[in-house]
Design a protein around this ligand. Sequence first.
Ligand code: AMP
Ligand code: MN
Ligand code: MN
Ligand code: MN
Length: 280
Amino acid sequence: MESALNVDLHCHSQVSDGMLPPAELAARARRNGVDVLALTDHDEVGGLHEAAAASRELGMRFVPGVEISVTWAGETVHIVGLRVDPDDAVLVEGLRDTRSGRERRAREMAAQLAAVGIPDAFEGALVHVGNPQLISRTHFARFLVERGVCKDVGEVFQNYLVEGKPGYVPMRWATLADAVGWIRGAGGVAAIAHPGRYPYTPLQFHALYDEFLQLGGRGIEVVTGSHTPDQYREYAEVATRYGFLASRGSDFHGPEESRVDLGGLPPLPAQLTPIWHDWF
Ligand code: AMP
Ligand code: MN
Ligand code: MN
Ligand code: MN
């Protein structure tokens, strides 16, 4: 049963690769009619206290979250943790480790871009970074748009920042077991983010879902800014087949950049159990 609440359980602030400070993000969500907001910065919980305080003042329910970068079968998977304790020592330490290779990777990305005639990308990306521990591909994408190399960040990713292109540097992120373990240890519930984005075969998807459930993962994003309406249906079926709780989140990063604004998605398909079914 779908609730009448506008629930948005996935978005980013300047503490990772979003464009707004946590308090402004909360204010925008409220203006857009969001009733329940989770901030899920990449590999960071540093914005949660600010977002929680702002949400409280706005009379909006707030859910502390995180989006953890994982390497599984050689590809990157994102695992969202919801209702985590932002001060849990093991989670905080695990996230610090997960972030730690980002600066070295960014310097290698810049070196590769310099080799194809785009100099000073490290410094250029850094201008867009809100948190020096979290320099991401998104910040490079914004720099390349600003430089006029590409017309938007989507075009940058297509031509520069993905496997096989100059500017792509592979990373070894957290394991699935670590990510789910940190989230559960911090009192949270884990969900597979935007499954429609992963390049796995059907057999690999099955193995991923199976392992995730074995580890105590419970949820999957069905309605997300990263899915097409066809994918809402596809992953609604997956949720039903595997017994996942269903999540909904815009994956909002910034006003001009993101296709879907905070709270701007359709509701979950009615037959699913929302991940928030027993929260309130
Ligand atoms: P990183 O964690 O540094 O590898 O950066 C991953 C981030 O890049 C994602 O969270 C998205 O915000 C962004 N991203 C990845 N692929 C694309 C794409 N095709 N178009 C736009 N943004 C993307
Ligand atoms: Mn991002
Ligand atoms: Mn993601
Ligand atoms: Mn995200």
